[in-house]
Design a protein around this ligand. Structure first.
Ligand code: SAM
Ligand code: DTB
Ligand code: SF4
Length: 357
């Protein structure tokens, strides 16, 4: 069911949002902002929430030094997180089946790799993607940096989406990671986009960034053409032993604000209320849905940290009168031989990124 909007003019899909315009959205009174976001939401979306289940297929020992991440080898002495090996394909598929039976329509697999290396491990990930698609679920992976031929192999396996977050603004990026550049993130996103696989790309709030940086991240995402199909909005999970362990918890209303602005500048994208949800009340989550979130990570664990109870999530969705997105019939019969759909967007528009203007 598509909910009726009470105004007729369709919110335009824009790729020219200016920093000042986005900052002005952040500055609106919260209820005015949420109202505007809900109006846009109703034009492009129905009342369904997508349930995406996550599994860490290769945990810890990552060569990058992302300050927020419990899986970085740079923080391992303090976090105590061991470097584990890639887990078995059959086990991954058994977990995907359980997630499907619990109502998830997307299965996301995360590996703590800086970048993908060709070989047996990547072959196994390709088999995981094929297996998840054969279950009729959407498949998403996040494996770090990709080369074009690796993106193409994933596309050929039927991958629905590739998750690669920009995490924050280009201006603040150097404060949170020193082992890779913003441009390297954009390059991988461009390689994925070129194959027709959907982009899942968002960020984290609560890392010490300013509102300017939140606006700048959303500006960069909104300049992509097309916009990323999924935009995860994470609140920092301040894990003990990481450089960010002492940071104050994110105010739930800041999550509402970030989601609302994301909804307005990327009207068609699926905005996912992501990490940090377990710290939020039912009412705060409801406000995030009101502001335009229409997906959650579903299942007791994110990658290494706890997530909300699945039965409670189903109950909340029912209490709010929302619906769970069903598995689409066409994805259950995905033709692995068919070429990936061509996308209208241009890859060159993604690089390089200008500072906010
Ligand atoms: N190594 C790959 C990469 O960085 O793209 C994939 C795994 S990485 C853990 C996936 C994403 O999880 C990160 O980009 C970040 O947005 C999110 N993430 C990691 N640790 C987090 C934390 N402590 N709080 C919130 N989000 C986090
Ligand atoms: C995303 O944006 N958030 C997810 C998923 N994509 C891979 C990961 C959140 C990780 C939170 C910390 C952890 O559990 O390790
Ligand atoms: Fe964590 Fe991914 Fe950064 Fe590695 S690249 S430290 S897994 S966020």
């Amino acid at each position: 069911m598509t909910l009726n909007a009470s105004f007729n003019e369709l919110a335009p899909i824009r790729h020219d949002w200016k920093q000042a315009e986005i900052e002005a959205l952040f500055a609106l009174p919260l209820l005015e902002l949420v109202h505007r976001a809900q109006m846009v939401h109703r034009q492009y979306h129905d009342d369904t929430i997508q349930l995406a289940s996550l599994l860490s297929i290769k945990t810890g020992g990552c060569a990058e030094d992302c300050g927020y991440c419990p899986q970085s080898a740079h923080h391992a002495k303090k976090t105590g997180q061991a470097k584990e090996s890639l887990i078995d394909v059959d086990y991954v598929l058994s977990r995907a089946k359980i997630a499907k039976e619990a109502g998830a329509s997307r299965f996301c697999m995360g590996a703590a790799w800086r970048s993908v290396r060709d070989g047996k491990e990547f072959d196994a990930v390709v088999d995981m993607v094929k297996g998840v698609r054969e279950l009729g679920m959407e498949a998403c992976v996040t494996l770090g940096m990709l080369q074009p031929h690796q993106a193409q192999r994933l596309a050929d396996a039927g991958l629905t989406a590739y998750n690669h977050n920009l995490d924050t603004s280009p201006e603040f990026y150097g404060e949170i990671v020193s082992t890779r550049t913003y441009q390297e993130r954009l390059d991988t996103l461009a390689h994925v986009r070129a194959t027709g696989v959907e982009l899942c790309c968002g960020g984290i709030i609560g890392m010490g960034e300013k509102e300017f940086d939140r606006a700048s991240l959303l500006r960069v995402l909104s300049e992509m053409n097309p916009h990323p199909e999924s935009v995860p909005v994470n609140a920092l999970v301040a894990v003990r032993g990481t450089p960010m362990e002492g940071l104050p918890p994110v105010d739930s209303l800041d999550m509402v604000r970030m989601i609302a602005v994301a909804r307005i500048v990327m009207p068609k994208s699926r905005v996912r209320l992501s990490a940090g949800r377990s710290e939020m009340s039912a009412e705060a989550q409801a406000m995030c849905f009101m502001a335009g979130a229409n997906s959650i990570f579903y299942g007791e664990k994110l990658l290494t940290t706890a997530n909300n109870d699945a039965a409670e999530d189903r109950a909340l969705i029912a209490r709010l009168g929302l619906n769970v997105q069903e598995i689409l019939e066409r994805s259950a019969h995905h033709d692995l031989d068919a070429p990936a759909e061509s996308q209208s967007g241009s890859v060159s528009q993604m690089a390089p990124v200008n500072a906010a203007n």
